[in-house]
Design a protein around this ligand. Structure first.
Ligand code: FES
Length: 186
């Protein structure tokens, strides 16, 4: 089953975070500063990072989550360029959303909370997104994809995003080439 990946306890970024936190001892507002630094180092703030900061500072994990979930600057999960939200609400779950989630993880070779190797996609398990009559449902960014009963559809959906990205790269390379030619002629 597709579960979130954990950051290893011996990850060297924890040492860097500790060095930073030592310098802050005794100061006010440490929770905010610690979380900002941790996000800078890890890119997002999973549970193990909250636990680590808690152990080091004595601030409870609940209090840290109170801060990190309140401010939109903090990411609780890693994010790719396109965020795939798989609805795990009751209606979608009954209609097979777990299989949808597992298939997406398999296709992208990632787990929930990770980013695909090309940086394009991340996966998150979401609560009901309000389209229960169309279950099972996923969202990619703001776009809703309904009735995902044929799992083969998922590959086509992902490919449509890959194609758009490839086209965008081609256009930007072409416009850079045109600019270069114009400068050569000037
Ligand atoms: S349960 Fe999935 S949209 Fe409501």
């Amino acid at each position: 089953m597709c579960q979130p990946k954990q950051i290893a306890v011996d990850d060297p970024r924890f040492l860097e975070l500790d060095t930073f936190l030592k310098k802050l001892q005794g100061e006010k507002g440490i929770a905010m500063i610690a979380l900002q630094k941790a996000q800078q180092l890890f890119g997002y703030l999973p549970l193990e990072v909250h636990k680590h900061i808690s152990a080091f500072t004595g601030i409870s994990v609940a209090e840290l989550y109170g801060v990190s979930s309140f401010y939109s600057q903090f990411l609780l999960e890693a994010e790719g360029k396109h965020r795939i939200s798989v609805c795990m609400g009751t209606a979608c779950y009954v209609k097979g959303s777990q299989k949808v989630l597992d298939k997406l993880c398999e296709l992208l070779n990632i787990k929930v909370g990770e980013v695909s190797s090309d940086g394009l996609f991340s996966i998150t398990a979401a609560r009901c997104i309000g389209c229960c009559g169309l279950a099972p449902v996923i969202m990619i960014d703001e776009e809703v994809y309904a009735n995902i009963v044929d799992l083969n559809e998922l590959e086509q959906i992902l490919d449509s995003y890959r194609s758009k990205e490839a086209a965008a790269v081609t256009v930007s390379v072409a416009s850079a080439d045109n600019k270069g030619e114009a400068e050569d002629l000037a």
